[in-house]
Design a protein around this ligand. Structure first.
Ligand SMILES: CC(C)(COP(=O)(O)OP(=O)(O)OC[C@H]1O[C@@H](n2cnc3c(N)ncnc32)[C@H](O)[C@@H]1OP(=O)(O)O)[C@@H](O)C(=O)NCCC(=O)NCCS
Length: 158
């Protein structure tokens, strides 16, 4: 199977934070951001694998700063590592105040998507390779995250 660059799966969405998305502090609900992360993770993984995918795990989510109603969210994702059938997806969310154009990183997340066939059984995916400095850092640290992930779900299954 031909290897693919991380950039081939890069997916970007923009969303406006609206009042129904926010809590009593006028900042966006974490659960809303999680839904955006899961959706873009699936889009990005399908783009890479060219097959159906399921979310195996949301491995980490760090809410670094709040986004408020009226901010524009940019949600960006790409495949940062691959196993046989699994893909680690890196997602980052930035919020931009459209009036003063201040932009800040609000959320970072890693999740694992698995490519499956019609019976829901895992199928192989193309391997991925990094090109930019940011991609290389993520790629090189991925085996450590993969090991931690495996430890987590295999110890739970015992
Ligand atoms: C994810 C799923 C397909 C894995 O199936 P499985 O029979 O356990 O398959 P395997 O043990 O062969 O694992 C397949 C891959 O998934 C990975 N995986 C399995 N469980 C995982 C978990 N909890 N977290 C991260 N990765 C996981 C394995 O490491 C393996 O990766 P690799 O092929 O790159 O080495 C299956 O557990 C499933 O269907 N889960 C429910 C998914 C779902 O409903 N998601 C929510 C809605 S989309």
């Amino acid at each position: 199977m031909e290897k693919l660059p991380m950039s081939a799966s890069r997916t970007v969405q923009t969303r406006l934070v609206l009042p129904p998305d926010t809590n009593h502090l006028n900042t966006i609900f974490g659960g809303r951001i999680l839904a955006y992360i899961d959706e873009i993770g699936a889009l990005c993984a399908m783009q890479h694998a060219k097959s159906t995918v399921v979310t195996a795990s949301i491995d980490s989510v760090d809410f670094l700063s709040p986004a408020k109603a009226g901010d524009a969210l940019t949600i960006e994702a790409f495949v940062s590592y691959t196993g046989r059938s699994s893909m680690e997806i890196y997602v980052k969310v930035t919020a931009r105040d459209l009036i003063n154009q201040n932009e800040r990183l609000t959320t970072e997340s890693f999740l694992t998507m698995v490519a499956v066939n019609e019976e829901g059984k895992p199928v192989p995916v193309p391997q991925v390779y990094p090109e930019t400095e940011e991609e290389k850092i993520l790629y090189e640290s991925a085996p450590f995250r993969r090991e931690n992930r495996k430890l987590r779900y295999t110890s739970r299954n015992k």
